[in-house]
Design a protein around this ligand. Structure first.
Ligand SMILES: [Zn+2]
Length: 93
């Protein structure tokens, strides 16, 4: 079950939210000041990092393979696929 973290745009405090659903809420009320002007942070970054390191473990040449395969297309950023992926931790709620 994932924990999502949000940064308040009013007071910059961080709010953690244990979430049982499949999709993270876009924003949760700030635990400090109650503002709903919060932005999700951390969890997607951590996920990207772990998936990237898994890809590197899988095959250290992977990045270069992707680069050469995608170099001549309009979608030459391999990370766009990771950005669209769904974390496994969101699937077993
Ligand atoms: Zn706040």
């Amino acid at each position: 079950m994932p924990i999502y973290e949000y940064r308040c745009r009013e007071c910059q405090e961080k709010t953690s939210k244990l979430w049982r659903g499949f999709d993270a809420p876009d924003a949760v009320p700030c635990a400090e000041c109650g503002s709903e002007q919060t932005s999700r942070i951390i969890s997607s970054v951590a996920f990207h990092k772990s998936l990237r390191s898994k890809l590197q473990d899988l095959d250290p040449r992977y990045d270069r393979m992707v680069d050469s395969a995608a170099a001549n297309t309009s979608t030459s950023d391999p990370n766009q696929f990771i950005d669209r992926a769904t974390p496994l931790s969101e699937s077993d709620a």
